[in-house]
Design a protein around this ligand. Structure first.
Ligand SMILES: NC(=O)c1ccc[n+]([C@@H]2O[C@H](COP(=O)([O-])OP(=O)(O)OC[C@H]3O[C@@H](n4cnc5c(N)ncnc54)[C@H](OP(=O)(O)O)[C@@H]3O)[C@@H](O)[C@H]2O)c1
Length: 254
């Protein structure tokens, strides 16, 4: 039977690699992002059927248009909410419109698509939703990337709560969160950032995430070093953590 995965942010980085991994696993794909030319090129390189859907997920109407286009497709059994971006800078200095665009893309679109597709998946009692949060969402806060960290905390929190509700309802649908540390993608360029520690490859991150999603892991953190860092952040006093995080994050400013 035909099985399809819908992936947002498939024009670059982690989302692109997830599309490639799912294609190798025999999935048809629906590739979503704003840069249609890149999506078309990727679609032409995949072995299985790949549909391209140009969409600006920072717009509520566009999120709804995406859902309307695919809501009746019972072959869609995987939704990956991956599109997102960050911005480095002091909170009082980053432009308000940029922050709001980030909230709309990283939070509101994930909220809308998760809610709408989840209802359909639940009605069919099958499917996987992978929300791409970040290690940022597992940490107390992120000075110099304050809005980004807050958006990812939202995604992590929402996802974990939904997972428990599904368990209470004895649903077979699985909803989980990917929380990577630094990954080598276009993220830095978009965020005006330079990473102070080297990242894992997008290919490794995507492969690991998809495998763990199918193994029904709830919080997916690729890399032992990052897991240890998150664990350490939970035992040091918050004020001390914030000072250390600020010093680490300041190194990201170009
Ligand atoms: N790289 C990291 O270190 C890292 C670490 C943890 C979590 N993450 C998360 O991983 C996800 C993917 O990021 P990445 O690292 O792969 O960065 P990336 O290479 O910059 O890819 C971001 C993707 O999101 C899409 N996107 C951004 N705004 C969009 C919008 N308004 N509408 C539709 N699509 C939009 C982009 O497509 P278009 O520009 O073509 O629209 C692109 O395909 C993000 O949610 C990010 O927060 C990244």
């Amino acid at each position: 039977m035909k099985k399809t995965a819908l992936i947002t942010g498939a024009s670059s980085g982690i989302g692109r690699q997830m599309a490639i991994d799912l294609d190798l696993r025999g999935f048809d794909t629906i590739l979503v992002a704003r840069r249609e030319d890149r999506l078309k090129k990727l679609a032409s390189e995949l072995r299985h059927n790949a549909e391209v859907f140009e969409c600006d997920l920072s717009q509520k109407e566009e999120c709804l248009r995406l859902y309307e286009a695919f809501k009746d497709r019972e072959d869609i059994i995987v939704l990956i909410n991956n599109a997102g971006f960050g911005q480095v800078g002091f909170f009082d200095e980053t432009p308000l419109d940029r922050d709001l665009d980030m909230l709309d893309t990283n939070v509101r679109s994930v909220h809308i698509l998760t809610k709408l597709f989840l209802r359909d998946f639940m009605a069919r009692d099958k499917g996987y939703i992978l929300n791409v949060a970040s290690t940022a969402g597992l940490l107390p806060a992120g000075p110099m990337m304050s809005t980004y960290y807050a958006t990812k905390a939202y995604v992590k929190s929402l996802t974990l709560a939904i997972n428990e509700e599904l368990s209470q309802k004895k649903s077979k649908v699985w909803v989980c969160a990917l929380c990577p540390g630094p990954v080598d993608t276009e993220f830095n360029e978009v965020a005006d950032a330079s990473f102070s520690i080297s990242g894992i490859s997008a290919e490794y991150c995507a492969k690991y995430a998809i495998r763990k999603m199918f193994e029904r892991e709830l919080v997916i953190v690729p890399g032992a070093g990052i897991k240890a860092g998150v664990a350490a952040s939970r035992i040091i006093p918050t004020r001390l953590y914030l000072k250390a995080a600020n010093s680490f994050q300041t190194k990201k400013v170009k």
